[in-house]
Design a protein around this ligand. Structure first.
Ligand code: HEM
Length: 128
């Protein structure tokens, strides 16, 4: 049989569902980040992030089947992502990762990836 993926090890879809739901709960009330999201209903954006992360960690490729190649830096180009937006995004994501109560090695693997990805997404160094 195939080796279990990181997706399997952390508990599969329910874990990513919980992670992203918690993240969007924080985002919904964030005065800096909420205005960046074009849609009133955050549900579809929540689903896109959940499916992307599931795919990234070895789960089903549903994200690319519906959205194509991720090209995340390009997809974020229309939005202002400066250091303040990055830090706010990471604050909500840290809270969400902590809520999973993963074993320390899995927590670290997931967090280090998200932190690196958020730094990579910054597209302006201007202060707001
Ligand atoms: C989409 C903001 C970092 C993954 C979006 C959208 C916004 C946004 C405004 C459009 C909402 C939508 O989907 O309609 C930000 C900000 C970040 C950040 C302010 C701060 C650094 C990240 C990171 C990842 C990520 C680190 C991945 C690990 C995604 C994905 C989408 C998305 C997968 C949907 C792309 C698509 O298929 O259209 N983000 N993002 N974002 N973001 Fe971010």
């Amino acid at each position: 049989a195939d080796q279990p993926t990181f997706y399997d090890l952390v508990g599969g879809e329910p874990t990513f569902r919980k992670l992203v739901a918690r993240f969007y709960e924080g985002l919904a009330d964030d005065p800096l980040l909420r205005p960046l999201y074009p849609e009133e209903d955050l549900g579809p954006a929540e689903e896109r992030l959940r499916l992307f992360l599931m795919q990234y960690w070895g789960g089903p490729n549903t994200y690319s089947a519906s959205r194509g190649h991720p090209r995340l830096r390009m997809r974020h180009a229309p939005f202002r992502v400066g250091p303040a937006e990055r830090d706010a995004w990471l604050r909500h994501m840290r809270d969400a990762v902590d809520s999973l109560d993963l074993p320390a090695d899995q927590h670290q693997t997931l967090w280090e990836y998200l932190e690196r990805a958020a730094y990579f997404m910054v597209n302006t160094m201007d202060d707001a």
